[in-house]
Design a protein around this ligand. Structure first.
Ligand code: SAH
Ligand code: SF4
Ligand code: F3S
Length: 393
């Protein structure tokens, strides 16, 4: 009798980056001859792909592992091998084994990489098109003061153009028509070598002369100063089979004018743009180190609508950031009434150990106030727009 293949199961928490990583982890298992189990209760190896963006996300992973352990203990059968990966791995091996004793092994995110072939199991969109997530960068260099991602996923690293094109060529051959490019800040694709401070300086100075860049860096902005991400969009749009291109996520501070123009011109780019604002108050944006103001955000929205009035915009907002006053919150409420966001993922501030805001500011807005502020914004932004409202608190 043929020996049955060993099985794996992946339980994924968190954002699209994690979903995409899980597709590549599945690819690695299948390349090693494993088959996917129908359920975590019947697998040989269980991968738990975790999120650390808020305490509630970490608690969900802990709760899941608790259920797994309880299930196997009650049945009195041995558990599968449990492998922890994703953004909670930044806690380090020692702390994870102490916090989550059920974990047998840790898979650091950077070992997942870009190049393992992905197993795409749910790739058909509602429109019946074949759709693929394509990671174009890993990590983040923006260091928003509240955010764990630069620590959990490390410094920004762009995937090479060749590697992206090779994957898209293969997908096109398999009949894919839609792609979503993934990165924590897709606008900065190919620019990480310039350094964040330098790029901010460049964006802020109208008289900035790109010729002044040191030689080894000009290649990222030439020819004609077109940002690399715009060139990437152009290269991917040139595949006739690709009908739609989406991207997630864009930080408004380096949403170049060239990118706005490209979106206006290139109708393969989806008309929905996700543009997280986080707050409508300049003093809060400053404390968050977001690198833009309410005015520049509004300016960007105006520019996008001007290149194509059909463009719609979504956003993320954090309520209850340390020291957020009623006036500061009202500035966000007013912005929500001004900008016609189609969807808003509103989150209550959660201090993340190790981040700058956790170091500098006490988490001094009571939970009841955070919840009230969450309700107010959710009502304004989401009540008329969605049949299924986002439930991120
Ligand atoms: N790179 C993306 C965001 C990734 S995290 C961007 O910059 O837009 C997704 C969202 O989680 C963020 O936009 C923010 O609204 C929220 N978030 C991040 N850290 C948080 C924290 N410490 N507390 C509450 N919400 C947080
Ligand atoms: Fe976090 Fe800011 Fe990077 Fe987004 S841009 S992942 S919010 S540090
Ligand atoms: Fe995504 Fe959560 Fe990590 S939002 S980048 S899985 S911390």
């Amino acid at each position: 009798m043929a020996r049955q293949a060993k099985t794996y199961f992946i339980h994924t928490f968190g954002c699209q980056s994690n979903k995409s990583d899980s597709e590549r982890i599945a690819g690695d298992y299948e390349a090693r001859g494993y088959a996917e189990a129908k359920d975590w209760r019947v697998c040989d190896e269980l991968v738990v792909n975790t999120c650390a963006i808020r305490q509630s996300a970490e608690d969900r992973a802990k709760g899941f592992l608790h259920n797994v352990v309880t299930f196997f203990d009650e049945q009195n059968i041995p558990r599968p091998k449990i492998i922890l990966t994703g953004c909670m791995t930044h806690h380090g091996h020692g702390k994870i084994y102490e916090m989550l004793p059920a974990v047998d092994e840790i898979l650091p995110i950077n070992e997942v990489g870009f190049n393992q072939a992905a197993v795409r199991k749910d790739s058909i969109t509602r429109g019946g098109k074949k759709h693929a997530w394509i990671p174009i960068s890993a990590g983040c260099n923006s260091f928003c003061t509240y955010c764990i991602v630069p620590y959990s996923r490390g410094r920004e690293q762009s995937r090479s153009l060749e590697s992206i094109l090779t994957e898209v060529e293969r997908l096109v051959g398999e009949g894919y028509q839609e792609i979503t490019l993934l990165g924590q800040n897709v606008n900065s694709w190919g620019l990480e070598k310039l350094g964040i401070g330098f790029r901010k300086l460049m964006m802020e100075r109208e008289d900035f002369n790109r010729e002044d860049l040191p030689d080894n860096q000009t290649q990222y902005l030439q020819p004609n100063g077109t940002p690399p991400f715009v060139k990437l969009l152009q290269a991917l749009s040139s595949f006739p089979q690709i009908e739609k291109i989406r991207f997630l996520t864009s930080n408004p501070w380096d949403f170049h004018d060239e990118l706005v123009e490209e979106i206006g011109r290139n109708k393969k780019i989806d008309r929905f743009i996700h543009l997280p604002v986080q707050s409508g108050s300049n003093s809060v944006l400053y404390r968050m180190n977001r690198g833009y103001t309410r005015e520049t955000y509004l300016d960007l929205v105006t520019k996008l609508k001007a290149v194509d009035p059909l463009i719609t915009i979504g956003t993320d907002i954090i309520v209850g950031f340390p020291d957020e006053t009623d006036e500061e919150f009202q500035a966000t409420v007013e912005l929500a009434k001004t900008v016609d966001w189609k969807v808003g993922f509103v989150a209550m501030y959660s201090p993340r150990p190790g981040t700058a805001s956790w170091r500098i500011y006490p988490d001094n807005i009571p939970h009841t106030i955070k919840k009230q502020r969450w309700e107010v914004l959710d009502q304004i932004i989401n009540k008329d727009n969605l049949q299924v409202r986002p439930k991120i608190v």
